[in-house]
Design a protein around this ligand. Structure first.
Ligand SMILES: C[S@@+](CC[C@H](N)C(=O)[O-])C[C@H]1O[C@@H](n2cnc3c(N)ncnc32)[C@H](O)[C@@H]1O
Length: 397
């Protein structure tokens, strides 16, 4: 850990200790929210995040441009399923430094002239970085109708075909739209509460103090949390002492999305597993920390210096999506989803270019060879290929 990160972690520990001394133990979700997003010392707010060089972990868009090319194909499919609306709003939640957005636009999808692409990113430092990759317009250009009239005496008219327009905001838009919400590796970073099975009841794992150190404290779960824990554990027989995450922030996020997405689809790509699998693997496996491409340490130690991420419990995701008013349309592994979108043909194209141009060693040759390597990483059954892709549908209300 760099000295700067060390000092920030000490500052955040002290700040949290102060809060606990005054108000009692906090939920793990409150702790995680501060560790990742505290305005002065949080992991993401101080520049942590995805990236092959200089980042802390690699996500599918950071592997190369192939993932974005295939997401662009998916978006074209969704646009056609919706009847080719113009404007077609794509909201990318947890957009990070904008790599996926840049690759989608570089692929020049058929929907581009109708496209209003809105990046939603909580960390200001990452919103600033997006400007290196993308030309960002004011949010009302992307979310409001673009009105044009040549004659100043005439009323403005909605001008179709003015896309793509790209905007960036810090939270989900407040106005209703028709289109697609995309979230790649967002849900695993939304704060979770943690429960432990006790004799016929749930206890909650909170964060308290022992001297000046942050430590786990067990208290009885309130009835609301216990009911949510039952949903996570629906198909997971847990022994006394067994633990599960309860990502209530996912339920809240889905409800907010349902409130603004009038008609369209939600594409979720993330680490996920069923409750039984999570219960069998245990907390050290479903709750992980990362720093500079390595597994980090105890989540309660040096908060803000490492990413804290949690596998998404599938039964809970399905149940809260339905509760919010969505239909679960499709579920598959990332490998199967990319295969359906035609990744193999793109790889074969790349191989052919490499075969023809390897002796030249030019950019096209290198891009061709790189596509083969990228596909290997994106389809890896022990890596990104094992991510779950879940598509939700929202029909007209
Ligand atoms: C694991 S990173 C993924 C970044 C990017 N999607 C990718 O695949 O490379 C999660 C991102 O979500 C952002 N984030 C977390 N909660 C958010 C929220 N409620 N709204 C918008 N962004 C959020 C974080 O700041 C972080 O940049």
């Amino acid at each position: 850990m760099s000295p700067n990160r060390h000092t920030l972690a000490e500052m955040l520990t002290e700040k949290l200790a102060d809060r606990i001394r005054r108000g009692g133990p906090i939920t793990f979700a409150e702790f995680q929210d501060a560790a990742l997003y505290d305005p002065e010392t949080g992991f993401f707010t101080t520049g942590g995040g995805a990236g092959r060089v200089g980042g802390d972990f690699v996500t599918s868009p950071e592997v190369g441009s192939l993932f974005g090319t295939l997401v662009a194909r998916y978006l074209d499919g969704a646009w056609r399923r919706l009847g080719e609306p113009d404007p077609f709003v794509v909201v990318e939640a947890g957009a990070g430094r904008g790599k996926l957005a840049a690759d989608v636009l570089s692929a020049v999808p058929a929907c581009a002239p109708a496209l209003r692409y809105v990046l939603v990113e909580r960390a200001a430092i990452l919103r600033t970085e997006q400007r290196r990759l993308l030309r960002i317009e004011p949010a009302d250009e992307a979310l409001g109708p673009v009105l044009r009239s040549a004659d100043p005496d005439e009323d403005d008219e909605l001008a179709p075909g003015t896309g793509p327009i790209v905007a960036s905001i810090d939270e989900l838009p407040g106005i209703a739209f028709e289109g697609v919400v995309v979230a790649n590796e967002l849900l695993d970073n939304l704060p979770v509460r943690i429960v432990e099975r006790s004799d016929g009841r749930w206890v909650e794992v909170r964060v308290g103090l022992a001297g000046d150190d942050l430590v786990e404290v067990l208290i009885d779960a309130d009835p609301g949390l216990a009911a949510e824990a039952d949903v996570v554990a629906a198909a997971a027989p847990l022994e006394v002492g067994g633990r599960l995450p309860v990502p209530t922030a996912i339920a809240d996020w889905l409800a907010t999305v349902a409130g603004v997405l009038r008609r369209g689809e939600v594409l979720l790509v993330d680490y996920a597993g069923d409750g039984a699998g999570l219960a069998a693997r245990g907390q050290r496996q479903w709750l992980r920390t990362y720093r500079r491409h390595d597994r980090g340490g105890d989540p309660l130690v040096a908060p803000g210096s490492q990413d804290i991420t949690c596998d998404v419990p599938l039964e809970y995701l399905r149940s809260t999506a339905i509760r919010a008013g969505f239909v679960v349309a499709e579920e598959s592994s990332q490998a199967a989803w990319l295969t359906d979108l035609g990744v193999e043909a793109l790889v074969e194209e790349g191989r052919a270019v490499w075969r023809e141009r390897a002796h030249l060693g030019d950019l096209a040759a290198i891009a061709g060879r790189s596509r083969v390597g990228e596909a290997g990483a994106l389809l890896d059954p022990d890596g990104l290929g094992a991510h779950q892709v879940i598509t939700l549908e929202r029909t007209v209300r």
